[in-house]
Design a protein around this ligand. Structure first.
Ligand code: PMP
Length: 456
């Protein structure tokens, strides 16, 4: 056998040995996951990860292995552990699917688990779909979006978000979810780290794991009004950190950061050359002072927006990204690869929807949220009154409940809410969505009160 063949044989057997070890490691991670579940522990344990990271870095130094390669490999392993330990996690989608199957069996369910406005899209949108057909907007188009829509969105964003936005700053995407996926997949590399402030919408983490990116969590608490501290953020940043995700008004808490704190976070991001991915899809539902991240003119900011919530157009699947043209270009390439472009009739409908006054939607959402807050106060739930968005995030473990157990029990009584566990380590919480008519909200909250106070 030649030298090269011998060496190749060795490489082959080392690769297979590594895979066997990976299998063994994954089995152990699953067992740890079960133990964590049984004792109510969170899947992610930052201090434990940090300890392992130190060991890996010391090993790399002593073995003469590139430390960054070691850390990349570790991040892959950590993500794999998180993935297997998160299987079967109960989120708002799990509850939604259970609720749907109960409905099929003839049970009446009040849906307070999903984030979908109950009001209809603007009427103009219906005509726009027919018009799009007549005008021939039924073909393939540019991947970044129809020029007319990009221009109109640039104008709209300049007016609404306090920055000069040009068409080349815009990417039209099938919903903010896809914008977020594109931003994380194209701007970050396997082994990079991304900061997420929890509680958070779970897709940020899922997109990162899908891209081999390691999520560093900053947990916030009800007691600290869901505000991260500057020192928490500074301590989490290291040489692998490449992005911080912001989402204000927040899903699930409805929090809007105090202006000074938000400004400080942007300053820290700038100092550390981080991307700021700011998901601002709830901005139309801001009930106190809100400022777009765009207004800081930071080159590495990526803002995601959508027609889903503001215009009640969830089913149309249309949103957009606002960022530096170089960032947009990278995202456009992946969008072109995945889906060519957003359907032209849908883009045309969005173009028309931009002219609609959406203040009635904001008024309606505010009134729904106020109803939920009013009822929640009466039943002694613990929460911070939301500054915006469409939800109330409340503590139920004061009454001795676990959020998952409580939402399952509530579902048996005909009300669906989202367990807090889907948004991070918030087992004692539930997210109540205000996306229902006021009568249903009142009925739902009454049932919630009855179930909650049974245990007293
Ligand atoms: N971001 C947040 C915070 C959300 O809550 C959601 C949907 N619930 C999305 C993005 C996705 O929005 P879209 O429908 O535009 O994809």
């Amino acid at each position: 056998m030649s030298n090269i063949d011998q060496l190749r044989n060795k490489i082959d057997s080392i690769t297979l040995e590594m895979l066997a070890l990976l299998k063994e490691r994954t089995e152990i991670a699953k067992q740890i996951g079960e133990l964590k579940k049984n004792s109510g522990l969170n899947v992610t344990d930052e201090s434990r990860e940090e300890q392992l990271r130190k060991e890996v870095s010391e090993f790399c130094k002593s073995a003469g292995l590139d430390e960054s390669l070691g850390k990349k490999f570790l991040n892959f392993l950590l993500n794999e552990s998180i993935r297997v330990q998160s299987e079967g996690k109960q989120t708002h989608l799990t509850v939604f699917l259970k609720a749907k199957s109960l409905e099929q069996q003839g049970k009446k369910i009040i849906h307070m688990e999903v984030g979908e406005p109950d009001f209809a899209p603007p009427k103009i949108v219906r005509d726009a779909l027919g018009e799009a057909f007549d005008k021939g907007f039924v073909k393939y188009g540019p991947a970044a979006g129809m020029p007319q829509l990009r221009a109109a969105l640039a104008q709209y964003a300049s007016k609404e978000f306090g920055a000069l936005v040009k068409p080349e700053n815009i990417l039209v995407s099938p919903g903010a979810r896809f914008s977020i996926y594109l931003a994380i997949s194209t701007l970050l590399n396997p082994g990079d780290e991304m900061i997420v402030i929890e509680p958070a919408w779970p897709a940020y983490r899922d997109c990162a794991i899908n891209a081999g990116v390691k999520v560093r969590t900053i947990p916030t608490t009800l007691e600290s009004k869901w505000e991260p501290t500057v020192s928490q953020i500074e301590k989490t940043i290291n040489e692998s950190t490449k992005m911080i995700v912001l989402n204000y008004p927040n899903n699930p808490t409805g929090k809007i950061l105090p202006p000074k704190l938000q400004e400080e976070i942007i300053r820290i991001a700038e100092k550390n050359d981080l991307y700021v991915l700011s998901d601002e899809i709830y901005s139309a539902y801001s009930f106190s002072e809100w400022r777009s991240v765009l207004s800081y003119n930071y080159k590495k900011s990526i803002v995601t927006q959508s027609f889903s919530k503001s215009h009640a157009m969830t089913g149309f699947r249309i949103g957009y990204t606002i960022a530096d043209p170089k960032i947009i270009e990278k995202m456009v390439k992946l969008q072109a690869l995945c889906m060519t472009n957003v359907a032209e009739p849908v883009q045309y409908a969005a173009l028309k929807a931009l002219d609609v006054d959406i203040t009635p939607n904001a008024k309606s959402m505010r009134s729904k949220i106020d109803t939920v807050i009013h009822e929640a106060k009466k039943m002694d739930l613990e929460f911070v009154a939301p500054d915006g968005a469409m939800y109330l995030f409340a503590k139920v473990n004061k009454q001795g409940f676990d959020g998952i157990e409580f939402s399952n029990m509530l579902l048996d009584h005909g009300v669906a809410v989202a367990p807090g566990d889907g948004f991070g380590n918030y087992k004692g919480f539930i997210r109540i969505s205000a996306c229902q008519d006021e009568k249903k909200l009142m009925d739902g909250m009454k049932i919630l009160d009855e179930v909650l106070n049974k245990s007293k």
